[in-house]
Design a protein around this ligand. Structure first.
Ligand SMILES: [Zn+2]
Length: 619
């Protein structure tokens, strides 16, 4: 039997705490839809069946707990911890003698997979000794009953989530029968790499199929990396890479998330991306980056965390969208060209279109914080910066307590300082991700330069660390073009995708539930093409201005990064079915004077253009 030794392991939940602007962002979640959901939305209120009531008995309770619990731990917030513990006790208290658990009114395997993920996070954070035997009893029940009542529907699409939790227990107990269960779950789960590499739909889906459901795809992308835990066959790693390449070829959008509104929807920047797909894809990428030890997946993770995740909610995090668009020029209740969604799917609110995202969005930020750092798998030890953001780490390496203080306004700036504070001198390897967009990183230890490779890679510093050591990481990069179909382009600066700040007129929808529903209209014209200067060494010589990050980090007012770019109106580019119409091929026919356009981070603009036609400079 091969031991299960992933390249990297997560730190225990709670060992990484958000600081700086990232803490401000999480406090907004705590004060907004996440912290207040139980009081404004009955589906996760005290009558939820997972809490012993007669209300929703399916996925919504576990979904909510799967985000509330890690948020409570990364903020160390007593009130949120108490609320999260209520869900944990509800789950733990529902187990029967035969191992089955959860609401008696619902026998679906799928919501229990989410509940398992809640429990393993809880156990990681608290060491609660009730969790391993609870899991053991349930997994024995599954081994007995899955042959006669196999996974179906959502559970069949998402069986890798179940197997992930089986591996968690196997890591601790090494019981061989758990691997039999992992094999059984694999046999009963959809063949994701088979579909994504050889059977993928190549344009917008026109009928329901679990394979082309965007949230299933976002979760299914991790399946091979879960099966890889079983025997470490490198073929799984290759299959994941091929699945990504094919998926992005047919459904990749300018901001590095694939489309799905709510089925796979092709490459148009007016197609939607469901919020559940954003947060589930992030969780998948956190797993892929650790299991494969691959910095490229961490690049993708940052791009979601710092673009599509904040864009899915209002800046104050009191309302969210079901679908966001890369080119989002009108947010209102109106018919749009979705594969399958109602007319309210792009408004900001409590439950636009359907409540899955209302329940599920909360995992995005806290699981990202918990994944900023990882540790090398045994027998090696050491710490790895997988993604960057202001945080503090309190852990132990080689038995020595070590604190790391990561000071940065990343991604709004591209330098990071890590203060290393071991209780006593200790030797270990510190690995620092160099993103794929950075070719000339500069890394110094106590002001002394050390070698750092071009990205995507890890810079390795293996030394004896003593209190007061300081690592400075600079990841210089200018504005780079993001080439798109028919000569169109997007722009990015480091991990930030840039969007035209059109300006926004917010209008409350009368009588809305919760903390309000909102339509948003553009405050000015949006149909601009870009007149880009020639690139220099792959980068565009465009002026960048930076400002301190405010207490509402992804607000449009005071956006911390701005880029100015010349552009001209493209009069032939107009609304179609209440979205920006198809981009005219580039170079597009332009009109009028050249304007200096203000671009801001994608996540700061709720009315925006992100994929542009190119136009000629007015000479
Ligand atoms: Zn959803």
């Amino acid at each position: 039997m091969h031991p299960i030794l992933p390249e990297l392991r997560s730190l225990a939940l709670g060992e990484i705490r958000a600081t700086g602007w990232l803490r401000d962002q999480l406090r907004l979640a705590a004060a907004g839809q996440t912290g207040r959901l139980a009081e404004i939305w009955a589906d996760v209120g005290p009558d939820n069946a997972w809490l012993g009531g007669t209300g929703d008995d399916w996925e919504r309770g576990p979904y909510y707990a799967d985000g509330l619990l890690p948020l409570a731990h990364v903020l160390a917030d007593e009130q949120l911890l108490a609320a999260a513990n209520g869900w944990v006790e509800g789950i733990l208290g529902s187990q029967r003698d035969d191992g089955w658990f959860g609401p008696g009114s619902n026998d679906d395997w799928w919501p229990r997979m989410v509940a398992l993920k809640v429990l393993i996070q809880h156990a990681d954070a608290t060491g609660d000794e009730r969790v391993p035997p609870f899991l053991e009893r349930y997994f024995r029940y599954q081994l007995d009953h899955l042959p006669g009542r196999p996974l179906e529907g959502w559970g069949q699409a998402r069986g890798a989530e179940n197997a992930l939790c089986v591996h968690w227990l196997h890591d601790r107990t090494r019981q061989a029968w758990l691997l039999d269960l992992a094999d059984l779950l694999k046999d009963q789960t959809l063949d994701w790499s088979g579909y994504l590499t050889a059977g993928l739909i190549t344009g917008p889906a026109d009928h329901f199929d679990h394979h082309s459901h965007v949230v299933n795809v976002a979760m299914g992308l991790k399946a091979d990396a879960v099966w890889y835990l079983r025997d470490r066959d490198p073929a799984y790693r290759d299959a994941t890479a091929r699945a990504y390449a094919n998926l992005y070829r047919h459904h990749g959008l300018v901001h590095e998330q694939f489309s799905g509104d709510e089925w796979l929807a092709g490459r148009s920047p007016s197609r939607g991306v469901e919020t559940c797909a954003v947060v589930e894809h992030m969780f998948t990428l956190e797993h892929l980056a650790r299991v494969y030890g691959d910095p490229g997946y961490a690049d993708r993770l940052e791009q979601l965390a710092y673009n599509t995740l904040p864009a899915a909610l209002t800046a104050d995090m009191t309302a969210h969208q079901y679908h966001q668009q890369a080119n989002q020029v009108l947010v209102n209740v109106a018919h749009r060209h979705w594969t399958m969604s109602g007319d309210d799917a792009n408004v900001f609110g409590l439950e636009p279109h359907f409540g899955c995202c209302t329940a599920n969005l909360h995992q995005g930020w806290p699981k990202f914080v918990a994944s900023l750092w990882a540790r090398a798998a045994a027998p090696a030890d050491g710490l790895t910066a997988l993604a960057y953001g202001p945080c503090r780490v309190d852990t132990a390496v080689a038995g020595v307590p070590v604190a790391l203080e990561e000071e940065t306004a990343y991604p709004f700036e591209q330098s990071v300082t890590v203060h290393v504070q071991p209780r006593q001198p200790v030797r270990f390897a510190l690995r620092l991700r160099v993103p794929g967009w950075c070719r000339h990183p500069r890394v110094r230890v106590n002001d002394k330069p050390v070698d750092a490779p071009a990205g995507p890679a890890f810079a390795l510093i293996d030394r004896t660390w003593t209190a007061g050591d300081r690592v400075q990481v600079e990841l210089p990069a200018g504005v780079r073009p993001l080439p798109r179909d028919n000569g169109a382009t997007g722009l990015a600066l480091g991990p930030l995708v840039l969007s035209l700040a059109v300006g926004e007129r917010w209008q409350p929808i009368p009588g809305a539930p919760g903390l309000g529903d909102w339509e948003v209209a553009p405050a000015g014209p949006w149909n601009f093409g870009l007149a880009l200067p020639p690139t220099v060494d792959g980068e565009l010589p465009l002026p960048v201005t930076r400002r301190p990050v405010s207490r509402v980090p992804f607000a449009l007012d005071g956006a911390p990064v701005q880029v100015t770019v010349p552009g001209r109106r493209v009069p032939g580019w107009q609304l179609a079915e209440n979205s920006a119409g198809p981009l005219p091929p580039s170079p597009a026919a332009a009109d009028g004077a050249t304007a200096q356009l203000r671009l801001v981070p994608y996540g700061s603009a709720r009315i925006r253009v992100t994929e542009f036609p190119q136009v000629a400079q007015l000479s």
